[in-house]
Design a protein around this ligand. Structure first.
Ligand SMILES: Cc1cc2nc3c(=O)[nH]c(=O)nc-3n(C[C@H](O)[C@H](O)[C@H](O)COP(=O)(O)OP(=O)(O)OC[C@H]3O[C@@H](n4cnc5c(N)ncnc54)[C@H](O)[C@@H]3O)c2cc1C
Length: 302
């Protein structure tokens, strides 16, 4: 017979562990499934989360997990949730190899995966000198030579913001911009480089220059990108949850209590929003846990 938990949390990182902590403190049985690949694992340090500014992502999650593990009603299984289906009043979660567990509620907190451009030298610098969020890593490069790679219309917004942190070059990568956009970038002091970009150059994960198709190399210390992303799991789709098109990828639709439109299914963290930070993910997890607890006490209608 499949083991039963009040809630199965799919994803044991910032959102999932925050939810597990709150549910554990409500004496509820929780299973946390995790594959150990938080989105910010490429960065040496995480910034902006109060009391942990500058800590390594791995150390933050290890500390969270150790604290959550102290509660006897929480179980961890370091395996992926393969699928989930509705059964009776709850759900059956498939762990693969014929193993299943049952639960009253499911929290989707499995995060997203960035789809990086296949530019030589870019992937190995991701989270170090190739970055996407100025609030996370911009301060470390303030006053240095900054670039923004044109990847989508969102890149124009990024290019107008980044001069807050230092002199900025917008690499059009062979594309064109209209006069109005050029004027807006000019007003922000952004230099525009039209040539196609062919690769990134530097020692180790450092960046020293961007190589262009015409043979020039433009000195640079950090390059901002705005990659599209995909959900780490199709379980939300399989359960029938509504999913919207966000500016850079899919967003699982939730209400202000982090409930999806499928009763008993909740979602938290990066998969539920366009702006992504550890702080938001932890807050989402806490809110989802309160919502799940109320549904366990009062039913899904409240
Ligand atoms: C390079 C980089 C640097 C960043 N730096 C910062 C920063 O400095 N400050 C900041 O606030 N934010 C930063 N972020 C954003 C931050 O990483 C995310 O907002 C945060 O990790 C979201 O937390 P989450 O719990 O929603 O998802 P994640 O942290 O991505 O966790 C999802 C978890 O679910 C697991 N999982 C996936 N699929 C399954 C499955 N099927 N079954 C079980 N488990 C599964 C994964 O292994 C992972 O452990 C950064 C992001 C990137 C890409």
């Amino acid at each position: 017979m499949a083991l039963y938990y009040d809630a199965v949390i799919i994803g044991g990182s910032f959102a999932g562990l925050s939810a597990a902590l709150y549910l554990a403190r409500a004496n509820r049985s929780v299973l946390v499934l995790d594959t150990g690949a938080p989105r910010n694992r490429f960065a040496a340090a995480s910034h902006g989360f109060f009391a942990q500014d500058g800590s390594s992502p791995g150390a933050m999650i290890a500390a969270m997990r150790a604290q959550v593990s102290a509660y006897p009603t929480v179980t961890f299984i370091d395996r992926p949730a393969m699928d989930a289906t509705r059964a009776d009043a709850g759900f059956v979660v498939d762990l693969g190899s014929a193993d299943t567990v049952r639960s009253s509620a499911i929290l989707l907190a499995h995060g997203i995966a960035d789809i990086l451009p296949s530019l030589p030298g870019l992937a190995e610098r991701w989270g170090r000198t190739v970055i996407h969020c100025p609030y996370c890593h911009g301060y470390e490069f303030k006053g240095q030579r900054l670039g923004v790679l044109n990847m989508s219309p969102m890149s124009i917004h990024q290019a107008t913001l980044i001069p807050e942190w230092g002199p900025t070059i917008f690499f059009l990568d062979g594309a064109e911009i209209d006069d109005e956009t050029a004027a807006m970038l000019g007003a922000r002091g952004v230099a525009v480089e039209p040539a196609a970009v062919t690769g990134l150059i530097g020692e180790g994960t450092n960046l020293s220059a961007v190589a262009l198709a015409d043979g020039r190399e433009i000195a640079l210390d950090a390059l901002y990108v705005g990659p599209r992303y995909q959900l780490n799991s199709d379980i939300a789709r399989h359960l029938g949850c509504a999913i919207e098109d966000g500016p850079l990828g899919p967003i699982v639709t939730v209400d202000e209590m982090k409930a999806t439109d499928v009763p008993g299914v909740y979602a938290a963290g990066d998969i539920t929003r366009a702006g992504h930070t550890v702080t938001f993910a932890c807050a989402d997890g806490a809110m989802a846990a309160l919502s799940i607890h109320r549904s366990l006490v009062f039913g899904n209608s409240l």
